[in-house]
Structures are given as structure tokens and as C-alpha cells.
Design a protein around this ligand. Structure first.
Ligand SMILES: [Zn+2]
Length: 123
């Protein structure tokens, strides 16, 4: 379970380092094996691409072309560079794990570690 991250897809996170520091966005993709997340609108790398033909040797003629242009591509950021924004107190916070009982079963829930909040993140 060492690779399990506390940040999940769909979380609202805030960048705590770099040029996008303080900005927020939703996690589009979590990559626990890399300990990275892809966050919408954050750490966007502009990629300039040229139109280029695709060579398709299996077909005669009719060369296809990939259109060029500028693509905004969100690059993966280390999960250590973001903090989850608590939906209750609206602060970037550290996440704690708390256990609670639902219908007789113990489930682990993520909670806000801010003093005076301590509310569940998932709802
Ligand atoms: Zn909170």
C-alpha cells in the first residue's frame, strides 16, 4: 500500500510550489506508481507542433496529416507539490485518515487536518 496516494482523481488541489503556486485545479488523473497527478489548468506546457504527415505503408496514397498548432498539455506534477483543498473550510490542507463505522463496517475516510475543521474530504 506504499504507493497509495491521498490525492485522488476529482480532488480539488492547490499547487504549493513553482510558477503555478497558489493556483487550484481538479485532478484529472492520479498516477500512484509515479506519485504524480495531472491537474487541469496547472503546470500546463505549451507544445508547438508542426503539421506532419503520417506515413502509412499499408496503404497507397492518401497521406494523412496531423495538424500543427499549439497544444495546451497539462504535465504531471509530483503529488508532493500539491495539497488537497478541503471542501468544508476551503483551505489547502494536509489529509488525515480516520476510521468510522457505516452499517457495521469500519471504513477509512479522508479528513481535513486543519484545526477546527477535521471534516471528511469525501462527500
Ligand atoms: Zn477543512
Amino acid at each position: 500500500m506504499a504507493t497509495k496516494m491521498k490525492v485522488r482523481k476529482g480532488d480539488l488541489v492547490q499547487m504549493i510550489t513553482g510558477k503555478d503556486r497558489g493556483k487550484r485545479g481538479r485532478v484529472l488523473e492520479a498516477r500512484p506508481s509515479e506519485r504524480r497527478v495531472i491537474v487541469e489548468n496547472l503546470n500546463v506546457a505549451k507544445r508547438h507542433t508542426r503539421p506532419r504527415p503520417i506515413r502509412d505503408s499499408s496503404r497507397m496514397g492518401g497521406a494523412q496529416v496531423v495538424p500543427g498548432g499549439i497544444l495546451d498539455k497539462a504535465a504531471a506534477v509530483p503529488v508532493a507539490n500539491v495539497m488537497v483543498v478541503c471542501p468544508v473550510c476551503d483551505n489547502a490542507t494536509r489529509i488525515g485518515i480516520s476510521e468510522k463505522e457505516i452499517k457495521g463496517e469500519i471504513v477509512r475516510v479522508r479528513v481535513c487536518k486543519r484545526e477546527g475543521c477535521g471534516q471528511e474530504i469525501d462527500r
